[in-house]
Design a protein around this ligand. Structure first.
Ligand code: NAD
Length: 467
């Protein structure tokens, strides 16, 4: 019930008004577009391109994913996405297929949005992008333009072009562009429709003009488009993600210092962020960055720089800081609690951030891992991400409701900043749980409210409030 309310609030506040703005616009020249890879990026891209008027076919090698989409079931959780997929499927503007070959043969514009996960050595695994490139090359039946959206290291787009050409036996002309994706999971539909900027890396002006024409309704809404060389676009994507990762690690370390000397990191972040040169965003301390992008992209960027004999020492330091982040804050909690051994801990949140079901590299799972190693008994709750978490961590002990998680627990850890957790009635919780410790790793609770209910409150980078 609470999660439905949360979804409805986000839908009414952020998604629907934005979609209504866009549906009023008509595309002058709708195109037949194929999107290869139907994950978080591909499905959002495909359904948003359909929403602005294009004829889109999303294809994937994962037949279960495609079958569920054909049945109208959305395999990922993103606000507004379900409506977008349904509306555009009904309007015959959005199709799903596992027949990659046909999807490539039938369109003139192809987007590559397959995954580029981390290899064991920390580099980006490019097998999936090269396999998509080979398929395109083998099926170049007429002139086509390929736009890559997958995040790839410096120099990859030219290699993708070479792979396509190596399989282009009829020597059909084609062009390539790199359109890095900047959407944030949790708000990706809104981010796609209202981006801060759109970047397109190209080899010629025709390709950038075509891209501009495809996304024109989004640009009409005020977004800036920046056309660059392919190398610059590749660099912009990794440099942007790494910069944000650095900002997070930076404020996390400042938070540690604040705790030591009795300053409040939220006041500090506000004071810093009011300076326009610094800005407010990404100055929230917590258990470290996670998700499917920052951890792998920072590592891949370091590896790519290494190969070019460049040492990105600032990014390296941010990665090191992030690697030890969870352990650092858990050690502090353990000191307060005496020991984790044998304690019952409620961990609130499994997703790597709010409003998503994505648990890849989630700090919450790292926290649970640590607690289990320390022989604590963990019960967790997440409004959306449970099924995905169970795929990574089948032995997780999951509460069916939020309040069930508190039953007989000795301590509570807020691990994901779901808005739902800000609405907890701490007076009720006090009656259900055994202990009196609340660790808010996201600083989302009202410390006084928690304390007044009889708990000791510990946030990040601020003085604890003891009961
Ligand atoms: N998730 C994000 O927030 C985000 C944001 C910006 C950029 N990116 C980048 O976009 C890319 C995709 O990320 P994602 O999160 O959507 O990944 P994902 O894992 O959710 O989806 C990738 C999809 O590609 C499919 N696939 C793999 N090989 C294929 C092939 N040869 N042909 C067709 N389909 C194939 C997989 O089955 C999967 O469904 C990555 O490079 C990522 O770094 C992701």
């Amino acid at each position: 019930m609470q999660s439905q309310l949360l979804r409805l609030t986000v839908l009414l506040t952020f998604i629907l008004p934005n979609l209504q703005n866009l549906s009023a616009k008509e595309l002058e020249n709708p195109r037949a577009i194929t999107v290869i890879g139907t994950g978080y990026v591909g499905l959002v891209l495909g359904s948003c391109l359909a929403e602005i008027g294009h004829q889109v076919t999303c294809c994937d090698v994962d037949s279960r994913k495609i079958s569920s989409l054909e049945r109208g079931e959305i395999p990922i959780y993103e606000e507004g996405l379900e409506d977008l997929v349904h509306n555009n499927t009904i309007k015959n503007r959005l199709f799903f297929t596992t027949s990659l070959k046909n999807a490539v043969l039938e369109s003139d514009i192809i987007f590559i949005t397959v995954g580029t996960p981390e290899t064991l050595s920390g580099e980006a695994n490019l097998d999936y992008v090269f396999s998509a490139a080979q398929l395109i090359g083998e099926n170049l039946n007429r002139t086509k333009t390929v736009f890559v959206k997958s995040t790839v290291p410096m120099g990859t787009i030219i290699k993708i072009k070479e792979v396509i050409q190596a399989h282009n036996s009829a020597n059909v002309p084609f062009s390539i562009g790199y359109a890095p994706e900047f959407l944030r999971e949790g708000t990706s539909v809104s981010d796609f429709m209202h981006p801060d900027r759109v970047v397109i890396g190209v080899e010629n002006t025709e390709t950038s003009q075509l891209f501009t024409e495809i996304v024109q309704p989004i640009l009409d809404d005020g977004a800036k488009i920046l056309t660059t060389s392919i190398a610059s676009a590749e660099m912009i994507k990794y440099a942007s993600n790494s910069f944000l990762a650095v900002k997070i690690s930076f404020i996390n370390e400042i938070a540690d210092f604040c705790e030591k000397i009795g300053a409040d990191v939220e006041e500090v972040a506000l004071g810093m962020g009011l300076d326009k040169r610094i800005g407010q965003s990404f100055l929230k301390p917590g258990p470290g960055y996670g998700g499917s992008c920052f951890p792998k992209d920072t590592l891949a960027f370091l590896k790519s720089a290494d190969k070019n004999s460049i040492h990105l020492s600032i990014i390296d330091a941010a990665v090191q800081s992030n690697n030890t982040r969870c352990e650092k804050i858990l050690t502090r909690m353990e000191k307060t609690l005496g020991t984790f051994q044998g304690k019952k801990i409620a961990v609130l949140g499994l997703a790597f951030k709010e409003n998503t079901d994505d648990v890849r590299e989630s700090p919450s799972l790292k926290i649970i891992d640590y607690l289990v190693q320390k022989k604590a008994y963990v019960k967790s709750y997440d409004p959306i991400a449970t099924q995905n978490a169970l795929k990574f961590y089948p032995e997780l002990n999951i509460a069916r409701t939020l309040y069930e998680a508190f039953e007989d627990c000795d301590a509570i850890i807020v691990a994901t900043p779901w808005n739902l957790f800000t609405q907890i009635d701490w007076q009720i919780v006090k009656q259900i749980c055994r202990g009196s410790f609340v660790f808010d790793t996201r600083n989302i609770l009202c410390p006084m409210e928690v304390k007044n209910a009889g708990f000791s409150y510990m946030g990040i980078g601020k003085k604890p409030l003891m009961e």
